[in-house]
Design a protein around this ligand. Structure first.
Ligand code: ATP
Length: 273
């Protein structure tokens, strides 16, 4: 095992239990993607194949990255995260070289998930190009790299996007990102579980009603809820330091933060899916 491989593996400690809600989607991901990776012998016997490419779409901050990390960790495979904007370069040919290198590196670190965040940055429909010349070149390179992937490479490529309607159809063809999964905004049960996860270990007063907070936070993403819990804890901790008097986090502390925190999922966003 190379040093790099170890590093990638160690960095990923997310488990399925770190993800609140989404029972149906988790089940689908576990059965459809994880099973063939985790139980290779059984998969082989019954002729089950892991998919080659998956597209996760939905509003920002709802657990797309988190779910793939949990899957990789549970199946004991590497997780390689790439934000497309990080490979974009204004120097001619450099973005392509970086993309090629990423695929080569992923092959070396197989079995792995190669996760492309904001895949729409290069996968944007050809008619919507803003005129730069790097994007279409990267898109063709991405398509040829995906087409060149062999089933025994042990790589799964995952694309994540908030704007699936912007994607070039070529990316969605059979044998490319052909399994589409919608990661919705969290429903009330998910919000309650997400709050629970992000409040774990924090000193909460008995009046803190996470059910009530879950009811009040429609269209808040998982990331919003995580931020709110962090912000509430930060404020109370600052007050404790200032006053020198310890106290628990109360319902009012949550209400004060929520009042000033707008949900990041808009109605317009939801109409677009
Ligand atoms: P983007 O589309 O912006 O890349 P994403 O859907 O990939 O977002 P994540 O990066 O998976 O979102 O989630 C961001 C953070 O929000 C997580 O690190 C976690 O703290 C919190 N979070 C989101 N969804 C959940 C969830 N279901 N359970 C627990 N925490 C969550």
């Amino acid at each position: 095992q190379s040093k790099n491989q170890k590093k990638i593996g160690i960095e990923n400690k997310i488990t399925w239990d770190d993800i609140g809600g989404y029972e149906g989607l988790k089940k689908e991901i576990k059965e459809y993607i994880e099973l063939p990776l985790k139980y290779e012998g059984i998969a082989k016997k019954y002729g089950l194949k892991a998919p080659k490419g998956i597209l996760l779409f939905g509003p920002p901050g709802c657990g797309k990255t988190l779910m793939m990390r949990a899957l990789a960790n549970d199946a004991k495979i590497n997780f390689i995260y790439v934000n497309i904007s990080d490979i974009m370069s204004k120097w001619y040919g450099e973005s392509e070289a970086r993309l090629k290198e990423l695929f080569a590196n992923a092959r070396k670190n197989a079995p792995c998930i190669l996760f492309f965040d904001e895949i729409d940055t290069i996968g944007v429909k050809r008619e919507n190009h803003t005129g730069d010349s790097v994007t279409p070149r990267l898109l063709s390179l991405m398509l040829s790299e995906i087409d060149g992937m062999q089933s025994d490479d042990g790589m799964i490529i995952v694309g994540s996007t908030n704007v699936p309607q912007m994607l070039d159809k070529a990316l969605l063809r059979a044998g490319r990102f052909d399994k589409l999964l919608f990661v919705s905004p969290p429903d009330i049960t998910a919000r309650k579980e997400i709050l629970n996860i992000h409040c774990k270990g924090k000193p909460l007063a008995p009046d803190v009603d996470l059910n009530k907070i879950a009811e009040m936070t429609e269209r808040y993403s998982g990331a919003d809820l995580a931020n709110i819990c962090q912000e509430v804890a930060r404020k109370v901790a600052a007050e404790v330091i200032e006053s020198g008097k310890e106290r628990q986090i109360q319902m009012k502390d949550f209400m004060d933060v929520i009042k000033t925190y707008k949900p990041s999922i808009t109605l317009q966003m939801l109409e677009d899916y």
